[in-house]
Design a protein around this ligand. Structure first.
Ligand code: EPU
Length: 341
């Protein structure tokens, strides 16, 4: 672990925004974390796939590199599989499947690291990581002490967690070193998501194995989502907005075809991608940034885009959606720094 200065972050964020970190440390030994000198500003970096760098960062970037994955223990009902925070999420899911421990297959091909999964409570195709998390291990960088969080402690919600609610994803206070997943031995296929059900039907599969679900989802994702290595992006750029039932009813009456997903609490989730497509932004560019032609939730960097290009595009999309539907779109990624160039 060597402290570096003026370290370029361009290749460490999947939008490939240019920015320097005043100080940078690749952390691959958690024993050293409690000994870190206090720093005025800190940011914890995982895969950089949910990140908008608005400019240079004048603090310390801690790049999580801990590796390791193992069966921590098992009981009659479940396998408890632990992975270090710096493990690549997709590789971990495939590895668990290959070991015969299914349960995370709906979350294949999501970019990023294991340590970032609980922060964002990553979710796709009818499953959220929080539904499989048994515990999260983290170091409180203010006190140097280790804490273990239960799923209840984690306060998981749609793209929500304790880390986001406490602002620790911005302040860099709590660094996740490992996550343990509870994978039930009584596995049940989760294919309720319409696109997934349709893809399995197309393949003539009525009783899918975990691997068949993973394969179908990989195909679906590759069809709709651009590979960040080819077309820089940060996955879904906006959260799907959640509105009260009455608002959803009025919107649906005024806008036939509006996708509405009723939530357990009676509220209704709308599809941000549909709203963005309706206001005409799908496939459109503003400067060097644009909205992806195959999925309107994805904002893409078409080459040398900068933070001010992103800000202009985000503001334009948000205001058009607000004007036509009266709905506020909230960006999903974390914004760091301030626009400087
Ligand atoms: N839609 C459109 N136009 C578009 C995109 C979507 O009309 O350009 C409509 C679809 O036809 C569908 C609805 O919107 O009726 C939902 O679309 P889709 O199933 O593609 O899912 P999504 O809501 O756009 C969410 C997650 C994705 C996840 C998919 C699949 C959020 C913000 N996004 O997208 O997560 O992969 O469901 O489960 O919740 C991510 O977070 O980075 C991400 C990719």
């Amino acid at each position: 672990m060597t402290l570096q200065t003026d370290f370029p972050l361009t290749t460490l964020n999947t939008l490939q925004l240019p920015a320097l970190a005043a100080h940078y440390l690749y952390v691959d030994d958690c024993a050293l974390l409690p000994k870190l000198p206090p720093h005025q500003r800190r940011f914890i970096l995982g895969g950089g796939s949910n990140l908008v760098l608005l400019g240079d960062f004048d603090g310390l970037v801690l790049h999580v590199g801990f590796k390791g994955k193992r069966l921590a223990f098992e009981d009659a009902d479940a396998w408890y599989v632990e992975a270090a925070g710096g493990e690549n999420w997709h590789d971990f899911v495939l590895w668990a499947l290959a070991q015969g421990w299914p349960g995370l297959e709906n979350l294949v091909l999501i970019p990023g690291t294991v340590g970032a999964a609980p922060v964002q409570n990553i979710g796709a195709y009818g499953l959220e990581a929080g539904e499989r998390i048994h515990q999260v291990r983290a170091i409180d960088l203010e006190t140097g002490s280790e804490k273990i969080f239960s799923p209840t402690d984690c306060r998981f919600g749609y793209r929500q967690s304790l880390w986001k609610q406490e602002g620790w994803h911005l302040s860099g206070r709590s660094l996740i070193t490992a996550v343990t997943f509870r994978l039930p031995k009584q596995w049940q296929a989760n294919c309720r998501y319409a696109d997934l059900a349709a893809e399995l039907e197309k393949r003539g599969i009525s009783q899918p194995t975990p691997q068949q679900i993973a394969d179908a989802i990989i195909t679906l994702r590759q069809r709709k989502l651009p590979d960040p290595a080819i077309l820089p992006n940060a996955g879904s750029f906006f959260e799907n907005p959640i509105v009260d039932a009455l608002t959803a009813e009025k919107l649906a009456a005024a806008h036939p075809g509006l996708p509405c997903y009723r939530q357990a609490d009676g509220k209704v989730k709308l599809a941000a991608g549909w709203l963005i497509e309706q206001v005409g932004w799908k496939g459109r560019q503003l400067g060097k940034m644009g909205i992806y032609e195959k999925q309107a939730l994805i904002l893409v960097n078409y080459g040398n885009g900068k933070s001010q290009d992103i800000c202009a595009l985000v503001t334009a999309v948000q205001s058009d959606v607000r004007r036509q539907f009266g709905v506020d779109l909230r960006p999903e990624p974390v914004f760091i720094g301030s626009v400087t160039n």
